[in-house]
Write a protein that binds this ligand. Structure first.
Ligand SMILES: *[C@@H]1O[C@H](CO)[C@@H](O)[C@H](O)[C@H]1NC(C)=O
Ligand SMILES: *[C@@H]1O[C@H](CO)[C@@H](O)[C@H](O)[C@H]1NC(C)=O
Ligand SMILES: *[C@@H]1O[C@H](CO)[C@@H](O)[C@H](O)[C@H]1NC(C)=O
Ligand SMILES: *[C@@H]1O[C@H](CO)[C@@H](O)[C@H](O)[C@H]1NC(C)=O
Ligand SMILES: *[C@@H]1O[C@H](CO)[C@@H](O)[C@H](O)[C@H]1NC(C)=O
Ligand SMILES: *[C@@H]1O[C@H](CO)[C@@H](O)[C@H](O)[C@H]1NC(C)=O
Ligand SMILES: *[C@@H]1O[C@H](CO)[C@@H](O)[C@H](O)[C@H]1NC(C)=O
Ligand SMILES: *[C@@H]1O[C@H](CO)[C@@H](O)[C@H](O)[C@H]1NC(C)=O
Ligand SMILES: *[C@@H]1O[C@H](CO)[C@@H](O)[C@H](O)[C@H]1NC(C)=O
Ligand SMILES: *[C@@H]1O[C@H](CO)[C@@H](O)[C@H](O)[C@H]1NC(C)=O
Length: 732
């Protein structure tokens, strides 16, 4: 009985289970939904972006094998990059609604046009969206605010219109937002200040108006803020100076007014400040010129007052076209102050060249001019100034008297056949140099340059200098003599951290020599070819040597009164000091570029470093230095002259195999920099010089943050470098 009962229950149980199972099976058969994979495949095929008339190595049935498409293990698409095409397509022809697993949509420069459809907001997992360098128009759909996983968003270099949707403030994970080079207008939405992780914000070159929202001061992680070339008004919100991590702040070419607040000095990590072409008034805050600041551009504003001497610590300053006044402090090139009527100079050359007034009484006149409309205040000052003026005139009178009595030993010595000029240290004398080198004894000779020999001299003060001496017979050869004079001319005009400092020179019947700052470690060439030194010059130092050289060349090409082309950049002419910091030397063949002449000349430079096109056309332009810089960079990375690489005998190798094997393999963080250097080097060695970057561009690329390179670094091949396909990572 018991058995029967339990058997009954058991059978019933089995029947119920069976019916549930069949029910489920029927249910599944009854509604056949297309798989996610199939939906995505249809969308890809219908988009028409891909053309498979030549399906080599591609399974036309399996989109996951198609180039520029990446799938997860379930066969659902996670990444779409730009397929190679030769004609324009509509962005909207890709049905964006289906890609539930898409994490990365990267279609830079992809011949896409049309509008950005609102369905873009239906990509729940998207974290990287790059639509830059296409031809999109229309407005940014507000649904973009649904992409809450997004950390990278760029729509730069399109023709987008309308304003930025406030929903952008929902993208709480965003680190990089680039909407530059579009036709966006309206105001900058304050909601951008809600993006706590934002590191890079570029809104430059649009038509934004209104004021800079103070909420940007909440972006504590911000390193880069670019809002140049818009129509922004009002003053700089002081909240911007809360941004403790800011490295570049560019507001150039807007209608910003108000003053530069003293709190600008709170930006302790800032490297580049560009406020040029605005309406900023008031005085330049004292103490500006922080240790980190490299470029300060206040050109074309309405600034008044005098020039704070602390600014001379910044390597690139531009204060031109303002209403500044007073004498130009030591260490400034007059060019940075062109267009300031109240500024005066003691240098005759600049007085003539830029019509800058001599200093004598100009300061006082300027101060008087400024105060004369307020006579009540001015009167006592006037009396005081007249007394000062009389005092100055008296002192000047006395000084002129003295000058006639004793030659101006501090700057120039001239007697008989000797002419010396000391720029820095008035206490050195010709005799000291002769005795320090025991009349140029070979024991003190440390090298032989393109012309003449280089000697090391320890002066009585303990200071060590390098002397480049032209031999007596060489001085008779016009070409050598000209190199010598050329070097004096060029080096007297320039001042840069990475250009060798000329302290002075002497012209004497027997001895013609130049006096330089002494560079302890000698030339980069000698260091690279000495195993011990080469190993001491580790990867980090090598990266810095190349960067310093780039900054020096950018300075020569762009920031001198006339562009200067060095024409003989080689590892022998990059010198290293005791801290392994580089300075470019040997300006014997350097040339000022006359912008209006054809700049044709005989070929100068060292074989193996000269751009091939120069040899054919004989044209002198900055690109000769760019090419040589490419060779120097490569030589620094591989540790020997990169002849074979340039002949592309080993183009299949990976970059890491080429690196100087005497050093340990670089760590990841340095490798990043090395790859950047390699990309730059090959861009500079571009056989078509018009496609090679300018030194300014190279120098700026070294100052900016690297965009992540989404290829395993150690796999980057020489082939990829030579084809220049990685250049866009550096915006070269
Ligand atoms: C596809 O590519 C082939 C050559 O690769 C070309 O001839 C053809 O016109 C292309 N088709 C379309 C629709 O663009
Ligand atoms: C895009 O895909 C979605 C989801 O599959 C579908 O509902 C919609 O009709 C598709 N749109 C177009 C234009 O094909
Ligand atoms: C997407 O964004 C639109 C516009 O902002 C909004 O109306 C919609 O509710 C959002 N959809 C989702 C799923 O969040
Ligand atoms: C953001 O900035 C605004 C304006 O400066 C301020 O009122 C607000 O409290 C800030 N929000 C946060 C989260 O700091
Ligand atoms: C944006 O850039 C383009 C091309 O460089 C230029 O023609 C245009 O004038 C710029 N717009 C603004 C507002 O500066
Ligand atoms: C700048 O720093 C000073 C001193 O650290 C501080 O008192 C001031 O509030 C700061 N100003 C801004 C705008 O951050
Ligand atoms: C500066 O302001 C004046 C007067 O408001 C205006 O005429 C001028 O165009 C402005 N200049 C710039 C560069 O914003
Ligand atoms: C700055 O410009 C705004 C309008 O653009 C004006 O209201 C304000 O008075 C100006 N401020 C100064 C200090 O000139
Ligand atoms: C400063 O800005 C002006 C205008 O934007 C530009 O022409 C100039 O080259 C800049 N100066 C430096 C040193 O970059
Ligand atoms: C710029 O400064 C000059 C001279 O100080 C002054 O005449 C002019 O009104 C100022 N312009 C603006 C817009 O502040």
């Amino acid at each position: 009985m018991q058995f029967t009962v339990s058997n009954f229950y058991g059978t019933t149980f089995l029947v119920i289970i069976w019916s549930i199972v069949t029910e489920i099976a029927l249910e599944l058969e009854a509604v056949p939904t297309p798989s996610q994979h199939q939906l995505e495949a249809n969308a890809i095929i219908q988009s028409g972006w891909w053309n498979y008339s030549d399906p080599e190595g591609i399974d036309p049935q399996n989109i996951c094998t198609w180039p520029s498409i990446f799938c997860n293990t379930d066969g659902s698409i996670t990444e779409i990059t730009c397929p190679s095409r030769d004609r324009w397509s509509k962005f909207a022809s890709l049905n964006l609604s289906v890609f539930k697993n898409l994490e990365r949509l990267d279609v830079i420069n992809c011949l896409l046009e049309g509008t950005i459809p609102p369905e873009i907001g239906n990509l729940p997992k998207l974290n990287h969206l790059d639509l830059s360098y296409n031809s999109f128009h229309g407005e940014i759909p507000p649904s973009i605010g649904n992409l809450t996983q997004l950390n990278y968003l760029s729509i730069s270099n399109n023709q987008m219109q309308g304003s930025i949707p406030a929903q952008i403030g929902n993208l709480l994970k965003l680190t990089h937002l680039d909407l530059s080079y579009n036709s966006l207008d309206g105001t900058i939405p304050p909601e951008i200040g809600n993006l706590p992780k934002l590191n890079h914000l570029d809104l430059s070159n649009n038509s934004f108006h209104g004021e800079i929202p103070p909420s940007l001061g909440n972006l504590t992680q911000l390193n880069y803020l670019y809002i140049s070339n818009n129509f922004l008004r009002g003053s700089i919100p002081c909240e911007l100076f809360f941004l403790k991590n800011l490295r570049r702040l560019e507001l150039s070419n807007n209608y910003i007014n108000g003053t530069l607040p003293i709190s600008v000095t709170n930006l302790t990590t800032i490297k580049i400040l560009d406020f040029s072409i605005n309406n900023i008034s008031g005085e330049i805050p004292p103490y500006l010129g922080l240790p980190s600041l490299v470029i300060l551009n206040l050109s074309s504003n309405n600034l008044t007052g005098t020039i704070p001497p602390t600014l001379q610590h910044i390597s690139d300053v531009d204060l031109s076209f303002n209403y500044l006044m007073g004498p130009i402090p030591k260490g400034f090139t007059e060019l940075t102050l062109v267009g300031n009527k109240g500024v005066c100079s003691e240098d005759l050359y600049f007085q003539n060249k830029y019509e800058i007034q001599p200093c004598d009484n100009k300061v006082i006149t300027a101060v008087l001019n400024q105060t004369k409309h307020n006579l009540v205040i001015a009167f006592p000052i006037l009396i005081f100034l007249i007394i000062v003026l009389l005092l100055l005139l008296y002192l000047r009178h006395v000084r002129i008297g003295n000058k006639n009595k004793q030659a101006k030993a501090t700057t120039t010595t001239k007697n008989g056949d000797l002419f010396c000029m000391w720029k820095y240290d008035g206490s050195i004398a010709y005799e000291d140099i002769i005795s320090a080198t025991e009349d140029f004894d070979m024991r003190y000779c440390i090298g032989t340059g393109a012309y003449g020999s280089v000697y090391r001299a320890e002066l009585p003060s303990g200071k060590i200098v390098a002397l480049k001496k032209l031999h007596g017979f060489e001085a008779e050869v016009p070409a050598f003599d000209e190199s010598f004079r050329n070097e004096v001319k060029v080096l007297s005009e320039i001042k840069h951290r990475h250009i060798v400092k000329l302290y002075g020179y002497c012209l004497h019947r027997r001895n013609m020599f130049l006096i330089y700052e002494y560079m302890e470690k000698g030339s980069l060439f000698s260091v690279l070819y000495d195993d011990k030194d080469a190993m001491e010059l580790d990867w980090r130092k090598r990266v810095n040597v190349v960067k310093g050289t780039a900054h020096a060349l950018s300075y020569l090409h762009n920031d001198c009164s006339l562009p200067i082309v060095h024409r003989d950049i080689s590892t022998s002419n990059v010198l290293l000091n005791s801290k392994w910091e580089p300075s470019v030397g040997d300006f014997g063949t350097a040339r000022f570029l006359q912008l209006d002449s054809s700049n044709r000349t005989i070929v100068a430079g060292t074989i193996g470093y000269t751009a091939p096109e120069l040899a054919y056309t004989m044209a002198v332009n900055e690109k000769c230095d760019v090419y040589s810089f490419g060779v120097v960079t490569l030589e620094t990375l591989v540790g020997r002259h990169p002849k074979e690489i340039l002949l592309s005998l080993q183009s299949t190798s990976s970059v890491c195999e080429l690196l100087d094997q005497r050093l340990p393999q670089p760590t990841f963080s340095v490798l990043m920099d090395i790859i950047r250097l390699a990309i730059v080097a090959f861009a500079c060695l571009n056989p078509n010089p018009s496609s090679s970057p300018t030194m300014k561009c190279v120098s700026q690329c070294f100052l900016s943050e690297l965009a992540p390179i989404n290829i395993p670094l150690h796999k980057i091949s020489l082939q990829q470098l030579m084809s220049q396909e990685l250049r866009h990572y550096l915006k070269l």
